[in-house]
Every structure is written in C-alpha cells, then in structure tokens.
Design a protein around this ligand. Sequence first.
Ligand code: FES
Ligand SMILES: [Fe+2]
Length: 401
Amino acid sequence: MDNVQVYKDLIKRMLALVDAGTTDSAAGAYRQPSSVYTDQALFEREKATIFKDEPQFVCFSSDLPEKGSYYTFDDLGVPVLLTRDNEGKVNAFLNACTHRAARLKDGCGKTASLACPYHNWGFDLKGKLRAVWEEKSFGSIEKSLYDLVRLPVEEKYGMIFAGMHPDVKVSVDEILGDMAPVFEMWDLGSLGYVAQHEWKLQTNWKLALDTFCEGYHFLALHKNTLGGISIGNTSAFDTFGPEGRNHRLAFPNESIKRLKEIPESEWTLDIFNDFQLVHFIYPNTSLLVSPVSVEFFKLYPGDKPGEHRTIYRSYVRQGGEKGWDGNTPQEHFEFICKVVDEEDYWVSTNVMKNLNAGMLRYSTFGANEPALQNMHKAFLRGVGEVPTEAPPTKVGVTAGC
Ligand code: FES
Ligand SMILES: [Fe+2]
C-alpha cells in the first residue's frame, strides 16, 4: 500500500471538511443512560464478556525482539507469558508452572528456557516440560501431560493479540478488517520502546476512553495545549473490523491549511505531520500513529464501576527524531502524559463524581461525535443488549422522580 496515497486521500477528505466548516457525523445526537458508567451488574458483564471472550491487543512484535525473548502480561487478571521460540514464533501460556502453579517469569527479557523458581522444573520456549528436578525422588510422571497451558495468540503486521482463555478465537485479519493493509504499511514490528506510564483513577473505564474518541473537546478542554495545533471539532471518521466496531479518527492540524496552496502532485510524505491519527481497537485500545511515534493506551475496568486503570506505552519509529510537536520521543511522551493527566483524565474523574451523585440520567453524544456513538453501541452489543436511544425526557432528576 502506498503511504503517501493513503495520507493524500485522508487529507483531501479533511480539507473538504475544513472548507465546509463541518465534520464527519452521525445522523443526529444520541442519548444513552448514564448508568452505563455506574451500573454494577453491567460492569460485571463487561468484564466477563468483552474482556474475557474477545482477543486483546497485548504489545508490538518489537516487545519480543528476538528468539528467546519473553514478555509478561497481567492486565486482565490472567497471568500471561509470551515467548518467541527458536523458530521465531510467538507462543502464549498461562504464566504458571504445571507442578504447583508457581509464576514462571516477571517483566520481560531473554532466556533459553523457562525454569520454575519454586522447585526448578524446566520448560522449553514452546511450553513443553523438559526436566523434573530430582526426578528420581519425585516419582515417575508422564511429562507430556504437564506442558504449560497454551493460550491463543497471533502475531501479524507487527502486532500481537492474545485470548485470555484457550477458547478465544484470535484472528488479526478479522480484527483489522479492511484497515489491515494500512496497519501493514506502518511496519509496527520495528518500533523502539520509549516509556510506559500507568494511571489508576476513580472513573469508569469507558468514561476515560471517551476522551480519545472525539475532537469536539479539543479547543475547550485542551485550549492551552492542543489549542494552537489542532483545528478541533473536525475529523474524518471510518469504521473497520467486525460489525465496524473499531474506528479511526483523523484530526486535522491547523497546518493542513498550507496544503490548499500546494498542488496535490507536490504533496510528499510530510503531509502526515498535518493531522493526528487515532484508532480504537475494541474493546479498550486507543492506538495513535504518527510519522515519528506510535503509542497505545489500554484501558481496563478496576474492581468497581467507578475505578479504572490505563496503561500508556510510547514507541519511536525507526529514524524518528522529532514529532509534530517539535519534541523528542521522550519529551513527546512526557507532554502526552501531562495532557492526559491534567486535562482528559481530570475531566473524566470529575464527570464520574457527578454521575455517582445519581441526578443525571442521560449522557448525550452529538452528531459530531460519531465514534462515541459507534463505540458505545458496540459495547452494548458485546454484553448482549440491543442499543436503543434513551427517551427524550429531562436529563436531570427532578423532585418526585
Ligand atoms: S511449582 Fe514449579 S516446580 Fe514446583
Ligand atoms: Fe483529549
């Protein structure tokens, strides 16, 4: 796929929107009960279905850079151990010894085999039990019955997705749908890790996620940070993957206007600096791709509806030095942490407090927030509900209600 052509097509769409003073839109505004952020029963169903039954984005191929690399993943309460075996293939296992369930590895690194810290049983990188320590005294067992518990995993286009139990079907092509060739052209397997940050906040995981899925708030909430950079309330919106439940938003920067004066035939790869590209991958990943960096935010439910955890990891692309904001990858990482922390997650946390007060019955997504409408309908379908618009009654609770 031709990078420049993909970006040219997006730029032309965005310039048309900017000229018309509009944005890609849904048919109209859409109301849903605020209880989707506070209801305990719904929260438990979300955890039991869309997080446990669906493939999860884990990391990039470059997080397992060579044969013998391992990487642990504990984001969903299931301890997962990934290995890259001697054939270069990625494997996923429950990170538990089959003797008496001790955890095998922490963090990430490189190893020739997997030795259990408890009684030193040895497994190979494909999860086969190879050695029982002091076997003569332990007694005879059939080793082939003691292989590690294998979990479904697939590596494609530089991305690694896994299932949190053996029955989950993982197909990266199915997840990405017709957006797969675009992901392929980015060569996401060759990224350099920059840094990670984690938030644990008193807000519902979907409230935090909402802040990644519209540009309506850019010039209000982010007026002092993104205000001079982004046009705001303008985006090209596309869906992809199963039932179109994933989406891509392209947000034009002010700098895009320069291209009105330059013939399209003279546009080069640097037009990628004139917009921000944000992808949502169901159910909880926001993936940002720019000329210099690639970064993802994974948002997880906490123990209660009003608690959540975000893991943000930032990567630099090969040859990357300075990004659209003129910063180095580390400076860019720190800038994003600050914006999310002081602006997006500040507002998510205060919205949660207001919803917990129980006097606002509905949240409304505008026609100019089509990605939010699409995403929340997918969440409801994911727990077996039919999304239906809330009735046009007063949003606030009044006396007697
Ligand atoms: S629990 Fe692993 S060797 Fe005993
Ligand atoms: Fe934001």
